[in-house]
Design a protein around this ligand. Structure first.
Ligand SMILES: NC(=O)c1ccc[n+]([C@@H]2O[C@H](COP(=O)([O-])OP(=O)(O)OC[C@H]3O[C@@H](n4cnc5c(N)ncnc54)[C@H](O)[C@@H]3O)[C@@H](O)[C@H]2O)c1
Length: 300
């Protein structure tokens, strides 16, 4: 008995790295998988090879069910055909995992328009495309155990300085996921995000450089296998009570992020006087922002 028996999944960016691991594990757990990958270079400026075919063949050789798809997730019509391909080939669609991604890093003051637009296009527009087309199918076939899963990043959650494009795209995906969590719950869809960490080509350049993580192909805790368990769980029927949340995973850890909540609040009975509002925020908010840790001393 597999954890995803009888379920049909589309996994974008599944020709390499984390996406390939997700596709292989989904298939090993009984899902039929559309393995999507364009074969893009890391910055998305060129394509090479046929990684989607390779992963789909590997799955089939292992006895699983898979079909390759080479579409560019930024293409609205092509992603519609990909959703149709899943339904026509495997008789339905239950899970869409948005993993496809590129990076084009640079400080905000040096970033050109193309650098920004291309990264937004793959992560955010690509996720919109798959979601939009899947949602039409789910609305017409309401009441299943349907799943949207978005791969986001700590880069957006904490603000990586040289990734304003990538950070913005990933936090855009959080908004997309949250909106869909509200809009599609009535049709049986849950929508959640995964913030992963793993050693892949995307993080290989951090080898020997990170102060927080031992990025190395020899560090098994950073294996893509350590990202997969919460993705399989979210894709399964067991997670139907989880909607609109973010799970961080990798490096041997699986963490649930809190939902946005007001931390401090000041109020007025009528209309704010500007000086009063300044005063209240300077006192009440500053404590929370600057001294959230009892061990951290106030600035002199
Ligand atoms: N590796 C990490 O530690 C890490 C951390 C945070 C977030 N992520 C995110 O996880 C996801 C997977 O990352 P990875 O490390 O496995 O990267 P990867 O580069 O190994 O894989 C990304 C895949 O996406 C495909 N792709 C790119 N553009 C595409 C397009 N337009 N259409 C279809 N496919 C396309 C690429 O061909 C590639 O195979 C990405 O969204 C990434 O931003 C990774």
């Amino acid at each position: 008995m597999g954890k995803l028996d009888g379920r049909v999944a589309v996994v974008t960016g599944a020709g390499r790295g984390i996406g390939a691991e997700v596709a292989r594990t989904f298939a090993a757990e009984g899902a039929s998988v559309v393995v999507n990958d364009l074969g893009a270079s890391m910055d998305g400026s060129s394509t090479e090879g046929t990684p989607a075919e390779e992963v789909a063949e590997e799955i089939k050789r292992a006895g699983g069910k898979a079909i390759a798809n080479n579409c560019d997730v930024t293409d609205f019509e092509a992603t519609e055909q990909m959703i149709r391909q899943a339904v026509e080939t495997f008789g339905g669609l239950h899970i869409v995992v948005n993993v496809a991604g590129i990076i084009r890093d640079g400080m905000i003051f040096k970033m050109d328009e193309r650098q920004f637009d291309s990264v937004i296009a793959v992560h955010l527009k690509g996720s919109f495309n798959t979601t939009r087309h899947a949602s039409v199918y789910w609305r017409e076939n309401r009441g299943g155990e349907y799943r949207l899963i978005y791969f986001i990043s700590g880069s957006g959650l904490w603000g990586a300085p040289a990734q304003p494009n990538y950070a913005a795209a990933k936090m855009g995906m959080v908004g997309l996921s949250n909106s869909c969590a509200s809009a599609l719950a009535g049709y049986g869809v849950t929508s959640n995000c995964i913030a992963p960490v793993a050693y892949t080509r995307m993080t290989a350049s951090l080898e020997g450089k990170s102060t927080t993580m031992n990025y190395s192909p020899d560090n098994e805790k950073l294996s893509t296998k350590n990202v997969v368990p919460p993705v399989v769980w979210l894709a399964s029927e067991e997670s139907s009570w989880m909607n609109g949340r973010i799970i961080q995973c990798g490096n041997g850890r699986i963490g649930l992020f809190n939902s946005p909540a007001i931390e401090r609040e000041v109020t007025t009975p009528g209309v704010w006087d500007l000086d009063d509002a300044f005063e209240e925020m300077n006192t009440t908010f500053r404590d929370a922002v600057e001294y959230p840790n009892p061990f951290r001393k106030p600035r002199a």
